[in-house]
Each structure stands twice: as C-alpha cells, then as structure tokens.
Design a protein around this ligand. Structure first.
Ligand code: ADP
Ligand code: MG
Length: 593
C-alpha cells in the first residue's frame, strides 16, 4: 500500500461532515481501517465508554515508516486515486481524513509494522500537535491508541452521553462488523474485562450463534435475487419477534447501513405473510449485494445511510424474499406436523395464513405495492405519511356535543357505517375504539399521574446487557414515572412498582415498550409524558375491539356515542385516521343532482 495525498478538487467533492462524532464513530473508522488492511484478528479495548481510552489492535498489513508518517495528514489515503473510485468503492474507509481528525482531538498513538521490516514505527500526537516519530518493536499489524478523546474540544466532550450509552454504541458497531466479517475474529474489552469474544468462523450462521446465543433456534436462512441484486442472510421466525428494533442489521455491499424504509419493508413483509403482532419487530441480518454503481454511499457523512438508484426494486426484492421465506417455512412446518403429530395437538402455526395467498390477500398486497410504486406517490411521501399518522396527538380540542352519529351497519367485521346530518362515515372500528380508550386513559393519567401500584411479588426479567444498560441509564426518570426497577444481576431487572394506570398489563410487554422507547428517544428531551403516552397507546390498543371482531349494531352505536364524548370527536384528521367521510353535498354532485 502506498499513500498519496488527495488533490483538493477530489476532497471537495467528498461530502463534508464530521468523521468523529463520538467514541463509536472512532471505533468504526478504526475497525474499517483494520479490515481494509486485511486483518484477521481485531481487538478493541474500551475504557469509560471510550472517553479515556479506545485501543484497536490488528494483525493487518501494517504501514511502512513513510506511510505511518503520512497517514495522519488530512486527505492522506491509500484507497482513492481519482474521482471514479468514489463511485465504485469496495474498501471501507475512503475519505482519508479519519486518522487526521481523530489525532487532532485526542492523545493519539500509532504503532505499526509491516511484515518485511523487523522494527515498528511509533507515532505520538497530542491534539494534532507535537508529532513524535520513533522506532519500536511490535508484531506485524497496527495498534492505535486514543486517549482522552475530545480533550481539545470541551464542548464536544460535554455532548457525549453516559459511559453506558457510549459503550452500547461501540458494542453495536462491533457487532455489525462481526456480522459482516465472520472470518475475522473480534474481541471487545470493556474496562479490562473481555465482554465479547467472537472467534473467526466460516459461516454467518456460526457468527450469529456466537453473538446471539439466545436466538439460535429462531434464525431462518433467506436468499433472493433479481437481475443485479442479491439478497441473503437470516430472519427470525415470527414467534421470536422483539418489542424493540435493536436486532435489525442491514448491509449493502458489506457496509452496515440504516435505512428506515428498508427496515420497514421487512416488517411489512412479516405483517403480510404471518401477521406479526403490532408491537413486535422481527430480528434480521440481511446482506444486499449489488453493483456499487447503483448505490451512493456518500449521502450520509458517517456513511450510515445510502442512496439507491432504484430504491423501489430493492424494496420489492426484500419484501418478496422475506414473504417467500416465511411462507416456505410455514408450509414445511405444516407438512412436518401433519406427518408426525396428532391433529388435535394445539397449533403453533396460527401465525401463518395458508399459502398460496387467497384472492383477497393478493388484492391487498397488490394495492399496497401499487400504492407504493405509484408514480403519483413517492416512496418518501408514503413513509412520511405513515410516520405522521402513527402518533396520537396530545393537545386535545374541545369535545363536540352537538354531533350525532347513527350506526347503520357493521361491514366486513371491520368497519362501521354511520350517518350524520352532513353525510356518511365509514369508521375503522379498531382505530375508533383505540382512540376512545386512549383518550380516557390519558385523562385519567393526567388527573392522577402519581398513583402507583406496588407489585405484590416483584417480577424479575432477564435481558441483554445492552438492554440493562439502557434501563440503568434511565432508572431515575423511570422511577419518576412510577416504574421502580432494580438490578439483581448484570442481566436481570426487577420491577417493583408500575403506574396504577397500567395495572393489569403484561409486565414484560410494558418493559419492552419502555426499552423500545428509550432506544429511540431520550426521556430528558421528549419528556416523560411522551413515554407514558406510548405505554397508554399500547394499552388502548390491546383492549380495543379488533379488526375482524363481529359486533352488533347496538355495540357499534355505543362505540360511536362514547367516541363523540371524547375530545377528539370533531373527527380531526390528526393521529391515525379512523374514518372516511362523504358529505351529502359531494355525493349529490357525484350523481349530478
Ligand atoms: P482512509 O481510510 O479513508 O484512507 P484514514 O485516515 O482512515 O483514511 O487512514 C489513512 C491511511 O492510513 C489509510 O488509507 C491506510 O493506508 C492507512 N491505515 C490506517 N489504518 C491502518 C491500519 N490499521 N493498518 C494499515 N494501514 C492503515
Ligand atoms: Mg479509514
């Protein structure tokens, strides 16, 4: 490897952005470098969540003394020579600025040796200055030691989260590299203790067992391709759904990415093929292999998001891959069962609809994809719409008293047809009931927020270290909300009290709802009300009349009456839509009256 300095016209075209944002981004850059240097063993040592020490040791190619000296210069890279390289990147690092940036904001030490020299080069830099170059002895490979990250930029330092949060991010980085490179051994030390040890192995399946032993039995292999793209990996059986999204890994050409839409595609496929419960999320590790020319990795400064030239095709590939895999699994399960077990044995496969799909199902999925790929509604807008609708707003308008709705019929066990003076309404019965329940619960909670329910027998749940640290970090805020927890061990949590309003709920579900919320939000920023609202949304959904429940006309009328008493009865389009409306005036126009 020889290093050349990028001409400025190229460096300018590289998307600007901070390379080092937090300890995990340093770890990411350094592991990428080690992998690019063909390392097969990578050891990561972290202290204080990476704030005082990040050390990465690899057995890769190492650098010559000349390259070692150059590698910390801005735009020093051995990986890009011209602009075309930017669009066909197979190596990981490619900005030639990671080491320069990191060494500018830390006490930095590099020790590196190539196999053809019998001595190593050591470079020491303090906050980007007083560079010292020495000879030393070491094994072939590279050790990079970063102490006191951001000590030169106190503002940045302040922005870092707790040790646990920073460590968790680092762990996530390590796991995603380990998944993408089963043939490389990874060891992660946290404050001197070896916490993750993944020996090199031949298959992704083995690596999954190393990382997620708890889920060993739940992985289903998946493979699907179209003209230029190959999709492979593992997805969880529907029964192993999680209430958080921590275990969703997507890779494009070996690079870990985050793409909300693609993650959504996977979940949607579960919904279509086996009706995974609303609050559960599949576990998946999926690899998309495609022509690098079809993806732009420079969209996100930290290279987490990428842009596809044909996003709809990738989306469809993922959906069809997941649906096919789940259906095959379900039919093999059915045939296994029919030959071995009694027809009276309780069915475990109620998740799966009979395949092939019914005409109705086909229609539904066609509608969905037509909607998705319709030229009139872009991908983006569809998702934005879904995201926006998900939230039930808190600020309530005044109740409407004068409206009167008359239930006319229940349709297809899903909808209530109703009439008012102004026109005709079609209500989604579940959404309607959910909304009404939520309103009531919310009012009750607001009127007595500090009512607690002491659990007669405190309940203990085992969780991953990741989940424990998340709860640990928010212990105080949770307690203020009425969820009092303690930690009997490193991998278990005990719940002692819950807010009275949640009495009767499945505690484990409450716990997972909390985890999911905390994973994606910071309570101190969003407020405890927001989190309570999520828990109540869950509770209102669970007890509500479901899609598919047969109800009488009297029950339908009661639902409408109760709904009209809530503050939301003005049928505002905010929140999840619960009805469609045709005014008599519009109908008259339609019929040319
Ligand atoms: P980039 O990876 O974008 O080229 P970096 O600042 O991360 O930029 O690294 C600069 C150069 O230093 C790399 O191109 C590579 O030649 C060399 N380098 C960095 N880390 C290692 C390593 N662990 N082993 C061998 N060479 C390395
Ligand atoms: Mg790099």
């Amino acid at each position: 490897m020889t290093i050349s300095v990028l001409p400025s016209h190229i460096s300018d075209q590289i998307a600007a952005g901070e390379v080092v944002e937090r300890p995990a981004s340093v770890v990411k850059e350094l592991i990428e470098n080690s992998l690019d240097a063909q390392a097969t063993h990578i050891e990561i040592k972290i202290q204080d969540g990476g704030k005082t020490l990040i050390e990465i040791r690899d057995n890769g190619s190492g650098m010559s003394p000349e390259d070692a000296e150059k590698c910390v210069l801005r735009h020093a890279t051995s990986k890009i020579k011209n602009i075309d390289d930017l669009f066909s990147i197979y190596s990981f690092g490619f900005r030639g600025e990671a080491l320069a940036a990191i060494s500018a904001v830390s006490r930095f030490q590099l020790i590196t040796k190539t196999k053809d020299l019998n001595y190593a080069t050591q470079i020491t830099i303090q906050g980007g200055e007083s560079k010292k170059i020495e000879q030393t002895s070491s094994n072939t490979g590279t050790i990079i030691r970063i102490q006191d990250l951001f000590y030169t930029t106190p503002a940045r330092l302040q922005y870092l989260k707790t040790e646990e949060t920073e460590y968790r991010q680092i762990l996530k980085e390590c796991i995603s590299f380990a998944l993408a490179h089963p043939d490389v051994s990874f060891k992660l030390f946290k404050n001197e203790t070896l916490t993750q040890d993944y020996p090199a192995t031949k298959t992704l399946e083995n690596r999954l067992h190393q990382i997620f032993p708890k889920f060993s039995r739940d992985f289903i292999p998946l493979e699907e391709k179209n003209r230029e793209t190959h999709l492979s990996g593992f997805i969880s059986s529907p029964e192993a759904g999680q209430s958080h999204k921590n275990h969703q890994y997507l890779f494009v050409n070996g690079r870990h990415i985050y793409d909300y839409r693609l993650n959504f595609a996977v979940r949607e496929a579960y919904v279509k093929s086996c009706g995974i419960e609303k609050h559960l999320h599949p576990f998946f590790v999926l690899f998309i292999q495609t022509d690098p020319i079809l993806v732009d990795v420079n969209v996100h400064p930290r290279k987490l998001e990428i842009k596809f030239s044909e996003p709809a095709e990738i989306f469809q590939l993922i959906q069809s891959g997941v649906i096919k895999t789940l259906r095959e699994k379900s039919s093999s399960f059915l045939s296994d069962r029919s030959s071995t077990s009694s027809p009276y044995a309780p069915s475990k496969n109620s998740f799966f609809p009979p395949s092939p799909p019914s005409v109705k199902e086909k229609k539904a999925s066609q509608n969905f994809s037509q909607k998705l790929f319709s030229p009139f509604q872009s991908f983006q807008s569809l998702y934005q719409e879904r995201e926006e609708k998900k939230e039930i707003p808190l600020s309530s308008p005044e109740p409407s008293t004068e409206k009167k709705l008359t239930a006319l019929a229940q349709i297809d066990k899903k909808y209530i047809l109703a009439e008012s003076e102004e026109g005709i309404f079609l209500f989604d019965q579940h959404a309607l009931h959910e909304r009404e329940r939520f309103e009531k619960l919310w009012e009750k909670y607001k009127s007595q927020p500090h009512h607690l329910q002491n659990l007669l027998t405190p309940q203990v749940f085992s969780l991953t270290e990741d989940e424990i640290s998340l709860l640990y970090e928010h212990q105080k805020a949770l307690k203020e909300m009425g969820i009092d927890i303690s930690f009997p061990s490193d991998t278990s949590v005990e719940i002692k009290t819950i807010p009275a309003i949640l009495t009767g709920q499945d505690l484990e579900k409450i716990l997972f709802e909390c985890l999911q919320y905390l994973e994606n939000h910071h309570i101190s920023e969003t407020g405890q009300d927001q989190m309570m609202r999520k828990l109540l949304e869950y509770k209102s959904c669970r007890g509500a009349i479901m899609y598919g429940d047969k109800i009488s006309l009297e029950e339908a009328q009661k639902l409408l009456d109760d709904f009209l008493l809530t503050k939301w009865s003005h049928l505002c389009p905010h929140g999840r839509p619960n009805h469609v409306f045709w005014s008599f005036e519009d109908l008259d126009k339609k019929f040319h009256r």
